[in-house]
Design a protein around this ligand. Structure first.
Ligand code: F6P
Length: 317
């Protein structure tokens, strides 16, 4: 069977190991793997190439994706999807694996429905916001990248009497911010999933600075849009010198962690196997209870265990 893989949306560490294990599992099972370059854009343009072992040698430790990614507006157009399906048909490809987030899954679902293709979606995004999945490839690597930055910021924060507001990515999800706040011992965390009270945070910080606190670190999810406001509270209300660090795309880069490489391996193996199932069109893989599973499409949002939520409520007051 001829199959193909593409990466869609924001890249993340772990995509390269997933590509490598897809190629290896496909060849081992007698399939013919293909890469599609630049996501759905490349699929529309017919940028597809058969690959083998030498194409994926040495990529397991590299961040990003060697086949590149794209956010394709064009793929929303049924005519573009028809062109994409025709390109697959030209090469005799009947199964497509997509590494990406919810938007990428929706694109894959439409393509499979409209053109009777078999597809498998693998959750891969630092945002950890794919419906039904506890975990997406790339999250652990992003958390480690953020963690290293927060540790470094703590060094300089602790050398002054200062407050640091550190803004993380995550789009509409506060997962990266919350887990980073917990794992770095931050004093404040603002995420969209938990209502926060800036007046109450200001009062708490005043009490703590009055009783000897020397510095503070706040981790703020980009989705809250509250970073500048928090800096002003420290600066103007509390008269504590304050700095904002927006971590930006640093969070997406870097070598994948061992956990992301292992999960990428498990997802790739499961995806190649799922493509063998002739009875299904689109399958969406997820990670549940420390195992790969299948999940029907639908918006469940990010799942936070209750212990994390409890901590989030404390850090937002
Ligand atoms: O979806 C991944 C992500 O990194 C988000 O966390 C962030 O909001 C967005 O992509 C940034 O997108 P871009 O790379 O297009 O600026």
């Amino acid at each position: 069977m001829k199959t193909a893989i593409l990466c869609s949306g924001g890249d993340c560490a772990g995509m390269n190991p997933a590509l490598k294990y897809y190629v290896e599992a496909s060849l081992a099972g007698g399939d013919t793997p293909h890469f599609i370059y630049r996501g759905f854009e490349g699929l529309i343009n017919g940028d597809i190439r058969e690959v083998s072992y030498p194409d994926v040698s040495g990529i397991v430790a590299r961040g990003g994706t060697m086949i590149r990614s794209a956010r394709s507006e064009r793929f929303k157009d049924p005519a573009a999807r028809a062109a994409a399906a025709a390109n697959l048909a030209d090469k005799g490809i009947i199964g497509l694996i997509v590494l990406g987030g919810d938007g990428s899954n929706r694109g894959l679902e439409l393509l499979c429905e409209e053109h009777q293709l078999r597809g498998v979606g693998i959750p891969a995004t630092i945002d950890n916001d794919v419906a039904g999945s506890d975990y997406c490839i790339g999250v652990d690597s992003a958390l480690n990248a953020i963690g290293r930055c927060l540790d470094q910021i703590r060094d300089t924060a602790a050398s002054f009497r200062r407050a640091f507001v550190v803004e993380t990515m995550g789009r509409d999800s506060g997962y990266l911010a919350l887990v980073s706040a917990i794992s770095s011992g931050a004093e404040i965390c603002l995420i969209p999933e938990i209502p926060f009270d800036l007046d109450s945070i200001s009062r708490r910080m005043r009490r703590e600075f009055d009783s000897g606190r020397e510095y503070a670190i706040a981790v703020v999810s980009e989705a809250t849009d509250a970073s500048n406001q928090l800096v002003s509270i420290f600066q103007e209300e509390l008269e504590i010198d304050s700095r904002l660090t927006v971590l930006g795309h640093i969070q997406r880069g870097g070598s994948p962690t061992a956990f992301d490489r292992r999960i990428a391996f498990e997802f790739a193996e499961a995806a190649v196997e799922a493509l063998q199932d002739m009875s299904k069109q689109a399958t969406f893989l997820c990670y549940r209870g420390a195992a790969i599973a299948e999940h029907p499409p639908g918006a469940l949002g990010t799942l936070f265990p209750e212990t994390l939520m409890e901590r989030a409520r404390l850090l937002a007051r």
